[in-house]
Every structure is written in structure tokens, then in C-alpha cells.
Design a binder for this molecule. Structure first.
Ligand SMILES: Nc1ncnc2c1ncn2[C@@H]1O[C@H](COP(=O)(O)OP(=O)(O)OP(=O)(O)O)[C@@H](O)[C@H]1O
Ligand SMILES: [Mg+2]
Length: 494
């Protein structure tokens, strides 16, 4: 066995410095450059078996600044000795706490044996750092443990930004060098069976907690690997929370609830990080529990509450470039699975055609999100995506399909002060000549800005007494609630 805590009963009886764990490192190791973390395959095992660290709210953003060269040299010396002493890949067989204890014992022995002068707190810090390197994602760990971060953006070893409460700020977090950063990227993507290197420098992956990861490595990224992580939020925001954040007024939220419930075919439009997926997740809460729902996503983010849900995920090609399953494949397959509603996490390509077909062939209440900055642009994007898919249909026919399929477009936006707002609830009503006609049921007007640069605005209904989905609302017994919400919103909500 590799250490002292690995084998249950024997563990307690072992002397504090076993020959195996305290074997000094070879003299050359002390002068060697910082050692690489364990190989991707071995670390993948380690990481996979290690539960995520406890969530620690609001740790200081600049907790981990650049350390001295001396610190890195000492760490390298101890790390080398540690690698000599224990088989790191075997740590995967232990619980995280046991693995930490194992590392702690060996590191303490090494420090004592090598006569390294260190305060207790410095020793603790070093131990934490080594554990993060061996068991997790190195300097990223403290950021991953925070629940208030939406995105982590690493632009090479020396620059790490985070987004909290809609604001992007630089942290004091650094990697030792681009090599360490690359090793961590490698460790992340190896968990989904991929490699990232010069020959395949772009890679999407997922952390065990569901966070979405993108890596783009040199030579495409010029200043070292660029790593972007969209943190997975276990507790998704609810419509009530969006109301509390003033992303939408209570009346607007009620209209959205009704739209979700009465099976309007809905497209959520918005820019990157504007809150599309969050909004989609909110809308799905109002789907009746007896409906059969199939979700298709690139990376499973939605958390549906209903019991009858089938979740599907696309698959990127493997190293040989084979085995890819696209969103289009999934949406097409969905239609053979007797869905009542189809929910597509993100519509980016020709799958829009299949989703629209599903929407107007009896799968009312299907939903998807599209990257676009206004409801009008969203319509154009859908047309463009159909054209890009190689369907040679006349423009008018494409528009007719869109009009026949989509009932409502909900627009999300991230405003310049970092706040997220629902800016439009727009109905797709018909065609006038060759042009699709829409009507805004509900909009957000920007009025001005306060002294702190926060945007002041107001949500209001547009005075449309009978939306195009009125009959649908009546069919589901929701017309009274809808009329009340529209009247209240017209009088001026939040
Ligand atoms: N109304 C809101 N108020 C505050 N935070 C929000 C709001 N909506 C979403 N967020 C947060 O913003 C982040 C991004 O949200 P989300 O993933 O829904 O955006 P997205 O538009 O789907 O992004 P992408 O374009 O990358 O898919 C998440 O951390 C989410 O919790
Ligand atoms: Mg999204």
C-alpha cells in the first residue's frame, strides 16, 4: 500500500515516519523546476473519485495572489519528494479527507526531514496548495468552491477574471506558469475522454459538478491557454427571485407563468450570459406534472421538476473525429420518443428547423433559446440558421413556418450596469406581405441612470388587451389571470 491511512485498521498503528512515506527525494529534485502535476489519466481518476469541496460563500476575491519565487522553489522541492514517496494515483481510492490526511502526514515528514524552516500557517498554506494541485484544479479550487461566481475566465497563467452579480472583475489568482494551467485544462477535459493540445486546441468539457468548460489552447490562443467556466448553480434562480432582482415585474412574471403553463411555443432570445438558460428553466417549472418532456442540451444545465422527463445530451466527436451526435440528431430522434414538449437548451444551427417542425406538429409548448439581441433579430437568426442548414426553401415559406410555429419570444438582456432584465415578451402574430408581424405584450423601458451608474427602468404592458394566445389561455382556464396581469402591468408595475 502506498501510505499509512490507506488500509483501515493498520493505519492507526503505523509509526509517524514510515520508510515509505518519508523517503527523502533525490538531491537533484531540490534544484529541479516545478514538477508537473500527475499525468492527466491518473489525475482524472483522482478527481473523479474526489467529492467537490464544501461550498464556501464569499471568500475574498484576491485571496490567492502571486507568491514568491522562493515559495514555488520550496513547493517544488516538497512536491518532488511527495511524488517519490507515494503513488498519487492511488489516492483516488481514498475519500478526499483521507487523501488530504495522507498528504499532510507525508508533507510534514518531508519538511521535518529536510529541515525546511516554515511557520505553521505557511505550512498549512503550502499543504492546501499541494492538495489543490494533486486532488483538484490547483489555483482554481477556491474559485470553484464559491457559489456567488457565475463565470471564471482564465486568460493565460497570470490573468483570471470572475463574474459576480453581473460584474466582471479581475482576481489575484495566478497559476505558476502556462504549463501548470495547461495541465489543469488537460485534467478537466480528460474526464470527458478528450485531449487538448496543439493538434486539437479547442475543447468543450464539463466538470463533475456540471459546470460548463471551454478550453482554447496555444497556438490559437496567443497568451497561454484560455479557459472559460460557466459555474453550475445547484439552486437555479426562480421567477420569484428574478422578480426580487427586478429582472421582471411581478405582473410580467405572472404572464411568463401563464405562457409556460398554456403551452405556448416559446423562444428565449438573449446575448451571451444574459440569463436565457435560467429563464428557460424558470418557464419549465409551470409545465404540468403529467406531461412527457424531452430536453436536448449540449451540456445538461436545465433542472426540470416534473417526474416524466427524458434528458438528452449531444456528444462531441472523439479523438479520431468520429461518433459525434449533434443537436439536430437529438431533436430528430426526440420526435420518435412520443414527447409532449421538446425543450432545446440552445438552438444554434439547423436543428431550428426540426424544433419548428416539432412545434407545429402537435408538440405545443416546446421551447428553446437562441443567441440574439432583440425579438426581431431572433426571427432573422432563425431564418439564417435554416438557410445555413442547406434547406433550399423560399424565404416566404421559411417565414410562414416560423409564424406557424413560434408563439412567443421572450428577450433577456444583460444591461451595461451588469443587471439582467427581461426586456420583451413579444408575440409572433402573422405575416403582412413577406414580413413577419409581431406585437410586444410587455416591455422594459430604460428611463435613466442613478448616481451609482445603475440603470433605472420600468416594466410595462403595451396595452394589448387580448394577446394572440388568448384562446389558448382560455382553453387552460387562465384567461382571467392573464387579463388581470396585463391590466396591472399596464397601470405600471415595478
Ligand atoms: N435575472 C438574473 N439576475 C441575476 N443573475 C442572473 C439572472 N439570470 C441569470 N443569472 C445568472 O447569470 C449567469 C448566466 O445565466 P445563464 O446561464 O442563464 O445565461 P445564458 O444566457 O444561458 O448564457 P450562455 O449564453 O452562456 O448560454 C448564471 O450564473 C445565472 O445564475
Ligand atoms: Mg445558456
Amino acid at each position: 500500500m502506498f501510505g499509512r491511512r490507506g488500509s483501515g485498521a493498520a493505519a492507526a498503528a503505523k509509526p509517524p515516519t514510515s520508510a515509505a512515506s518519508a523517503r527523502p527525494a533525490p538531491p537533484a529534485a531540490a534544484a529541479a523546476p516545478p514538477p508537473p502535476p500527475p499525468s492527466p489519466a491518473a489525475s482524472a481518476q483522482v478527481v473523479a473519485a474526489v467529492p467537490k469541496p464544501q461550498v464556501q460563500e464569499k471568500a475574498p476575491a484576491k485571496a490567492q495572489g502571486r507568491r514568491s519565487e522562493e515559495y514555488y522553489a520550496t513547493k517544488a522541492q516538497i512536491f518532488n519528494a511527495l511524488v517519490e514517496s507515494i503513488d498519487l494515483s492511488q489516492l483516488s481510492k481514498l475519500e478526499r479527507d483521507d487523501a488530504r490526511d495522507e498528504i499532510r502526514d507525508v508533507v510534514n515528514d518531508i519538511i521535518a526531514l529536510k529541515n525546511i524552516a516554515m511557520s505553521i500557517s505557511a505550512q498549512e498554506e503550502l499543504l492546501e496548495d499541494i492538495c489543490n494541485d494533486v486532488l483538484g484544479y490547483g489555483p482554481l479550487e477556491p474559485l470553484l468552491a464559491r457559489d456567488d461566481i457565475a463565470d471564471i475566465m482564465v486568460n493565460g497563467a497570470d490573468t483570471v477574471y470572475i463574474e459576480t452579480s453581473g460584474k466582471v472583475e479581475e482576481t489575484g489568482v495566478h497559476f505558476r506558469d502556462n504549463k501548470q494551467l495547461m495541465n489543469i485544462c488537460q485534467r478537466i477535459v480528460s474526464q470527458v475522454g478528450r485531449r487538448v493540445d496543439e493538434s486539437s486546441p479547442i475543447c468543450d468539457a464539463r466538470l463533475p459538478d456540471g459546470s460548463r468548460v471551454n478550453v482554447i489552447a496555444p497556438p490559437l490562443s496567443l497568451d497561454g491557454p484560455a479557459l472559460t467556466i460557466r459555474k453550475f448553480k445547484k439552486d437555479k434562480l426562480t421567477l420569484q427571485q428574478l422578480v426580487n432582482f427586478k429582472s421582471i415585474s411581478p405582473e410580467g412574471a405572472e404572464i411568463l407563468e401563464i405562457i409556460g403553463r398554456v403551452r405556448c411555443n416559446t423562444v428565449i432570445s438573449g446575448g451571451t450570459g444574459s440569463g436565457k438558460t435560467t429563464l428557460l428553466n424558470c418557464l419549465t417549472r409551470y409545465i404540468d406534472t403529467d406531461e412527457r418532456i424531452i430536453t436536448c442540451e449540449d451540456s445538461a444545465e436545465l433542472q426540470l421538476q416534473q417526474p416524466h422527463v427524458v434528458r438528452l445530451e449531444t456528444r462531441p466527436p472523439n479523438l479520431e473525429g468520429e461518433g459525434e451526435i449533434t443537436m439536430r440528431d437529438l431533436v430528430k430522434n426526440c420526435l420518435r420518443m412520443r414527447p409532449e414538449r421538446i425543450i432545446v437548451g440552445e438552438v444554434r444551427g439547423p436543428e431550428v428547423f426540426d424544433l419548428l417542425q416539432a412545434m407545429n406538429t402537435g408538440h405545443d409548448g416546446s421551447m428553446g433559446t437562441i443567441h440574439s439581441n432583440s425579438p426581431r433579430e431572433c426571427l432573422k437568426r432563425m431564418e439564417a440558421m435554416i438557410a445555413m442548414g442547406g434547406f433550399s426553401l423560399p424565404a416566404r415559406t421559411v417565414r410562414e413556418i416560423i409564424v406557424g410555429s413560434v408563439d412567443v419570444i421572450v428577450q433577456a438582456a444583460r444591461l451595461r450596469d451588469g443587471s439582467r432584465r427581461i426586456t420583451h415578451i413579444t408575440e409572433v402574430v402573422g405575416m403582412e406581405g413577406d414580413v413577419i408581424t409581431t406585437q410586444d405584450l410587455f416591455v422594459y423601458d430604460i428611463i435613466g441612470e442613478d448616481a451609482q451608474g445603475k440603470i433605472i427602468g420600468k416594466h410595462r404592458a403595451n396595452g394589448i388587451g387580448r394577446p394572440a394566445f388568448w384562446d389558448r389561455a382560455r382553453y387552460y382556464g387562465e384567461e382571467e389571470r392573464l387579463a388581470k396581469a396585463l391590466d396591472a402591468a399596464e397601470l405600471g408595475g415595478a
